[in-house]
Design a protein around this ligand. Structure first.
Ligand code: FAD
Length: 463
């Protein structure tokens, strides 16, 4: 119908940014309306992003570890993959979380409306149903979408990450276009399920922006497992044929053409800021669909905030939720700001790759006076007993003060381990703070303590 709603705060989009902002604002006592175009809450992260991909990566890990145990005296049979059942399980995991959100919204008396929202003015939204919402304040959390290469044939064998998460039918031979985290995580899943995987990346490095040394142990593994890894290579065309998708390449050492029965396009994501008629509210959106914000997450229109993937910076769920709390608190009148020193990055590949704070590449580029301590996991009893000694932990310290500037970890569970480095960076901890903290033995976390103990200055105060 064309009902008119009025609300103190409206939040557009129910992803990790939007639902977190809505819940925080409601907890603070605001009257909140949450608008979501999909029938289910949770956004990209819960429905077609972080959570389903991690469920499938878990299955991949179990398969790979079972295989690795064969050389240590425990042999399993060849895994029988029921892709539909695996997909059902993944969907169940997602369903538990999204169902939980609906409950949480109810408990907090957050009014949820389903529909596509756009601005009519700086104080009114319109839904595609014709309903309108008059609001005092607004938090835009409409996220991002997979970027597609223009001009590709319309063919169901060419998919984005959402299509790849559907798993069905399992391809024999797949090309992943884009060597970023999302593409490489899906590559790990499909390789474990038995697909012959190739990766093509335009730049000269996988996961651009990551220190090259962190990639080395991962490269060693995928160089053996994947059919081809084509760096500095451009996809110049795709043609749908009966046997498969014919892809043409341009790059040193790359083949002219190859045929694949699935192509995953994972070349980045595009912010949704320009799909909301934000100009009707006077909100500036840049050419990449990003809404620029200040430290309080305000757009150029002070009572309209933007958070998450469409607010610029790394497109990560934990960044969206952190910004969400800031925006909700500011909307409620608190004098707070987004002031995080670091946003950790994690690739949940096998091995996992994680880093936070200053990277070694940037430290060198910026002429920072730092000391690096690197602990190979071959020195960790826990890593050896996991049969995984290829990883390492490195920490960067300020050479003079011993402060932890950043760190990188590669190996199983690196994503969990990096949280300690994040805490150290955020608190301004120094090497002694970490080395004087008793780390449980035998754990992978000890490698962080070893790195701190290795810092030159860490013992000098004692003598
Ligand atoms: P989104 O999650 O994109 O949510 C936006 C919501 O707004 C959507 O529900 C959308 O339907 C809705 N919406 C959009 N326009 C409108 C409109 N006009 N009206 C109403 N509703 C609207 N991040 C991590 O941190 N860790 C990971 O492991 C990770 N893995 C990922 C794996 C994959 C395959 C993908 C694709 C992403 C992954 N990400 C990961 C990124 C993460 O999903 C995003 O950073 C996060 O979802 C951003 O949250 P958001 O709230 O900004 O937006």
């Amino acid at each position: 119908g064309d009902a008119t709603h009025t609300t103190e705060l409206v939040v557009i989009g129910a992803g990790p940014g939007g639902y977190t902002a809505a819940f925080r604002a409601a907890d603070l006592g605001m009257e909140v309306t949450l608008v979501e175009r999909w029938p289910i809450l949770g956004g990209v992260c819960l429905n077609v992003g972080c959570i389903p991909s991690k469920a499938l990566l878990h299955a991949a890990k179990v398969i790979d570890e079972a295989e690795a145990m064969a050389s240590h005296g425990v042999q399993f049979g060849k895994p029988k993959i029921d892709a539909l059942k695996l997909r059902d399980w993944k969907n169940e995991v997602v369903g538990k979380l999204t169902g939980g959100l609906t409950q949480l919204a109810k408990q907090r008396k957050v009014k949820v409306l389903h529909g596509v929202a756009s601005f009519q003015s700086a104080n009114r939204l319109e839904l595609d149903s014709g309903e309108t919402i008059d609001f005092e304040k607004c938090i835009i959390a409409a996220g991002s979408e997979s970027a597609m290469i223009p001009g590709l044939p319309d063919d169901e064998r060419i998919v984005d990450s959402t299509g790849a998460l559907e798993l069905h039918p399992l391809p024999k031979r797949m090309l992943v276009v884009g060597g970023g985290i999302i593409g490489l995580e899906m590559a790990c899943v499909y390789a474990a399920l038995g697909t012959r995987v190739s990766v093509v990346e335009l730049t000269d490095s996988l996961m651009p922006g990551t220190d090259k040394d962190l990639l080395r142990p991962f490269r060693k593994i995928i160089d053996q497992r994947y059919e081809a890894i084509m760096l500095g290579t451009k996809v110049t065309g795709m043609r749908a044929t009966t046997p498969g998708i014919e892809v043409s390449f341009e790059g040193e050492g790359a083949p002219d053409k190859e045929v694949y029965d699935r192509v995953l396009v994972a070349v980045g994501r595009r912010a949704n800021g320009d799909k909301l008629k934000a100009e009707n509210a006077g909100v500036n959106v840049d050419e990449r669909g990003i809404i620029k914000v200040d430290k309080q997450m305000r757009s150029n229109v002070p009572h309209i905030f933007a958070i998450g993937d469409l607010a610029g910076g790394p497109m990560l769920a934990h960044k969206a939720t952190h910004e969400a709390k800031v925006a909700a608190e500011v909307a409620h009148g608190a004098k707070v700001a987004f002031d995080a020193r670091t946003i950790p990055s994690v690739a949940y590949t096998d091995p996992e790759i994680a880093w936070c704070g200053l990277t070694e590449t940037d430290a060198k580029k910026d002429g920072v006076d730092f000391e690096k301590i690197q602990i190979p996991w071959a020195a960790s009893g826990r890593a050896l007993s996991l049969g995984r000694s290829e990883g390492f932990t490195k920490l960067l310290f300020d050479k003079h003060t011993g402060r932890v500037l950043g760190g990188g970890i590669v190996g199983p569970n690196a994503g969990d381990l990096i949280a300690e480095v994040g805490l150290a960076v955020e608190m301004g901890a120094d090497a002694a703070d970490i080395s004087l903290t008793i780390h449980p033995h035998p754990t992978l976390s000890e490698t962080i303590a070893f790195a701190a103990e290795g810092f030159d200055g860490s013992l000098t105060d004692l003598y």
